[in-house]
Design a protein around this ligand. Sequence first.
Ligand code: SF4
Ligand code: SF4
Ligand code: SF4
Ligand code: FES
Length: 397
Amino acid sequence: MNKKIWILIDRKKIKAFEGETILDIAQREKIDIPTLCYHPKLEKDFDCGICCVEVDGEMQNACCLKVENGMEVLTDSDNVRKLRKKRLSDIFSNHYKECDDCVLKFNCQLLQLVKKYDVKPKAVEKNAAKDKTFQIGPSLIFDRAKCIDCGNCIDVCDKQSIGFLTKDSNDYVTPTDNKNKDCIYCGQCIVHCPVGALEAVGEFEEVELPFKDKDKIVIAQIAPAIRATIGEEFGLINDNLMTNRLSAALRELGFDYVFDVSLAADCLVIEESKDFIERLGDKSNMPLFSSCCPSWVKFIEFYYPDLISHLSNVRPPNIILGGLIKTFWAEKLNISADKIVVVAIMPCISKKYEITHKEYHINGLAPVDYVLTTREISYLLKKNKIDRKKIKARKVR
Ligand code: SF4
Ligand code: SF4
Ligand code: SF4
Ligand code: FES
């Protein structure tokens, strides 16, 4: 363990260890220092300066500065508040704001800081070279007018060993024009972007339309991974009624039925086991790789095409479930399949890409019509003032 030292934060003596940053200690001691560009797992080559603190009379960034014995740190002095407000104002003025239609609206760190520090944005001239929007496949949107050039997305894309995002000759973030690289829609750049400049291609507005059409039966299917994430959004942790509460909230939103994708995950295990036993018998194309994750499948298809034969032929669970709903279930309830709209609520943007595959169609119909991410569905629930905490649980199918 590194050597123990002592520092003063806001005049309180606090134990620290050599090698730690001021932010490390503040987070451990639950002292509030706001951040924007900081991420514990990413390299830093940019300073937004929002984490500024006063150290022995000088302004420093808490996420970068390593502590030294006897340091005196002020986290909320007049100077700190003034500088933080100025930096926020610069960032917010240069950030394209469309908060009412932004899925981060109810959860936006930048917006919360702007309100807390009472920041009024300045008028800024348009920058045609910078303010471009790129749609990357069916899953990802990059709006450069929102970008603050922190570089987190480039770093995390490199960490996926993809390197699809880079800087152009003006030093602005851009998708690469290298034909040997392609986005696999892993969504990590979205998760690590502090200001919503990278986002999923939004389908929530389109999903609201069939709710109003009495002729349509709108079905939600929920992935196992999303219930905890959405629970957290509504302050519900370890809630054993989470799934059924979510089901009730989705019906309140306008869905007619809610299905659990776990059902199809069981079908997948049975089919994949058969595939595995066959391959084991004739010793062909082993090892067997799952095809459940479309990003993984795209990664293999694009970067390692000689391994394609190792991918399982079994469809992913949400596609299996969509197929079952539009055939078996529709027949049982005597419903015409073309009246059914299936919306998959998924933890990742890659599923938006997956549903564009024509080879999944059954009787000419797509098994899944739309994919909403957890951010999109949370935004819709909050926009419609549906609070899962207050709603009575209802069973899923
Ligand atoms: S990311 Fe930008 S547009 Fe979205 S809510 Fe925050 S400030 Fe508004
Ligand atoms: S989705 Fe993944 S692969 Fe595509 S740009 Fe973002 S981090 Fe890179
Ligand atoms: S897109 Fe987001 S993560 Fe990437 S540089 Fe811009 S602000 Fe940072
Ligand atoms: S959060 Fe520390 S410099 Fe951005």
